[in-house]
Design a protein around this ligand. Sequence first.
Ligand code: BES
Ligand code: MN
Ligand code: ZN
Length: 496
Amino acid sequence: MDFELKRLRPQEAASAKVDALLALVPSDFRAGDDALSVLIQGALDGEHLKADAGTTLSMYGAPRIAAPRVVLAGIGDGGGKALRKSVAVAMAELRRTPAKTLLVCVAGTGEPPSWVGAVTQAIDEACYTYETTRTKPDACKLRKITVGTQHEASARPAFAQAQAVAAGINLAREWGNRPGNHATPTLLAGAAQALAGKKSPVRCEVLGPKEVAKLGMGAFQAVARGSEEALRFIVLEYRGGPKSQPPVALIGKGITFDSGGISLKPAADMDEMKFDMSGAASVLGVFRALSDLRPKVNVVGLIPACENLPDGRAVKPGDVVTSMSGQTIEILNTDAEGRLVLCDALTYARRFKPRAMVDIATLTGACVIALGGVRSGMFSTDDALAGALEQAGNTSGDLCWRMPLDDDYAEGLKTNFADMANVAGRAAGAVTAAKFLQKFVGDTPWAHLDIAGTAWLSGKAKGSTGRPVGLLLQYLLDQQVPAEQPAGKARKKVRQ
Ligand code: BES
Ligand code: MN
Ligand code: ZN
């Protein structure tokens, strides 16, 4: 998609030579004396259009408008949430038209603050289509999108950032959407290596079964045993900050297909377990955006990738394995495999002496029950880190909700046969999974994002959402404020 940011005066939209015009209409719409304003005022007066976010009026051959197709879209208060909703609805409509070129602007004389970033990102996300394994995809016909604003110069940084974030989100969606046989651990590793080209600031190293055995990652190995596909341990590094500054480590669960293993899952909807590498995909998406944006932060990305399948060689319920940390684990349920691959990755992460570790995982069905698809579950041992993630979620619209980590929740992980079991009872399943992971983080500030409910949509709209790439990037961009700041205003911005 070709995006362009252009200075546009309110009266210029009507004469723009484009196939389609998307005019955003705020509740406090103030008409100018141009043709577009007159059209909109008439539509509002006649109650053909409301300014509520998500409502649209689509027309062809509107009087005194050069673009053959015009979509008017209410944006309510013009806030981020309203803009995203409005653009999603309008773009679903525009994607069905033959339009190749599109101009988007805010109608009337005023523009809501910082609308350009939110709208550019939402349009870019709306233009994504999954095509890889389809011979007749309903591809987006739009080729060129012009974002018109009166404040072109001040909107430029947000415009660039929005495209980078959207590219990261869309990369995560693409890898999430690819079926298990088109997104094997080896192919995921290839995607990571592709982010580390010669001109890229990203470095990538991929470890195979031999190296992983040498590291003593017995928990990760146990999960991979039942599959013919070789495991991969992917290490990504982006160093944009001061050399002395410890990195943030992102650890993404990369189960490229989760059948449950010997504790086999029921057949219904099992296909959706191709999305069980969404945490890994979000790490790839973040690095894609980092290589575009080049922010002043240091980031390490770790992805333990393998399949979880039943087989003659597969790990069995009751088997005890030794994790890289030296702690032993009784695997009571082979379907609780995410925490097994993550615990060794968390142990590995500590060698980077990170200032924070954040793991991202489609970890528990229980989290879907607790929070649904609206907010990701967030667990943290560190209040500052939790606060920063929560705020990044709010800023980006990629929401999370902090969940508890009381030690009493770990009681159920006790067993007579190992240092811990990999499952507790049914109660508070998302929390007990987090308590398991906590046993591997030591005193490093750590957060765990359970994205089981937010990483993909089911039903007719089945597909990856790319979450929580938006949240993670916002968090990393917020980290750029240097730690040593003179007292005063900037101090408030310093967060973990
Ligand atoms: N990948 C699943 C979690 C999951 C299930 C995500 C459904 C989204 C939708 C994970 O590996 C898993 O199977 N978890 C088990 C844990 C249980 C055995 C303690 C679960 O949630 O049922
Ligand atoms: Mn599982
Ligand atoms: Zn899983």
